[in-house]
Design a protein around this ligand. Structure first.
Ligand code: PLP
Length: 223
């Protein structure tokens, strides 16, 4: 069987988004697609841009740094950091990304603000008890919201969460619903939740961003 092209895979992802929106009475224009290009070379970003994608997610500051020159000419392309940010990398992050979607502490918010560049941010919330995962505890969220709103350079656009991995997308539903409620409580409108295997459930629960890697670009090889 011939390998599917990126534009064919993109069409299928858009169909999935469209069906989930239709089921839940939502407008597909309210669900933005973040193309997750981590591990893939810069050429894949160029190809995705040519296919019409403009919003990209990368997980590592250093990897973005390596790709930055190759993608510098892509007018209107915006890069989001969706991996954990160490506080000693805030300078580079503020230079390389239009949005840092993984702010998970007051300290990190203050450091990013101190870099002196206008930057969109989301708060990453950890809603499961998993040890390894990054993200703020729900109890820390009010202080982080306050720190961002009091900052000079950061604009709080949304909240992001990554539920525990499961084959069964339904297991993610309560985490998505909890993020929606938490964001509403703080007047935060964008919800980044849902990936290749569970984007439908996320959309049903109110996602305004879905972060899709595998369904667009195929399986990632270990770097
Ligand atoms: C890798 C990654 C994704 C994309 O996951 P897929 O299952 O490949 O769609 C989304 N969000 C985050 C935070 C990721 O690290």
């Amino acid at each position: 069987m011939a390998e599917e092209s990126l534009s064919e895979r993109l069409e299928r992802v858009r169909e999935r988004i469209g069906r989930a929106c239709a089921r839940s009475g939502r407008n597909p224009a309210d669900v933005k697609l973040l193309a997750v290009t981590k591990v893939f070379p810069a050429e894949v970003i160029l190809e995705a841009y040519a296919a019409g994608l403009r919003e990209f997610g990368e997980n590592y500051v250093q990897e973005m740094e390596r790709k930055a020159a190759a993608v510098a000419g892509l007018g209107g392309a915006r890069f989001h950091l969706i991996g954990h940010l160490q506080s000693n990398k805030t300078k580079k992050a503020a230079e390389l990304f239009a949005s840092v979607d993984t702010v998970d502490s007051v300290k990190l918010a203050r450091r990013l603000d101190a870099e002196g560049r206008p930057l969109d941010v989301m708060i990453e919330v950890k809603l499961s008890a998993e040890e390894a995962k990054s993200g703020a505890d729900a109890a820390e969220v009010p202080a982080i919201v306050e720190a961002i709103r009091a900052s000079a350079n950061l604009r709080l656009t949304g909240m992001m969460t990554v539920p525990p991995w499961s084959e069964d997308a339904e297991t993610a539903r309560p985490y998505f619903a909890t993020l929606r409620e938490l964001a509403a409580k703080h007047g935060v409108t964008e919800l980044s939740m849902g990936m290749s295997n569970d984007l439908e459930v996320a959309i049903e629960e109110g996602a305004t961003w879905v972060r899709v890697g595998t369904a667009l670009f195929g399986r990632r090889r270990k770097p």
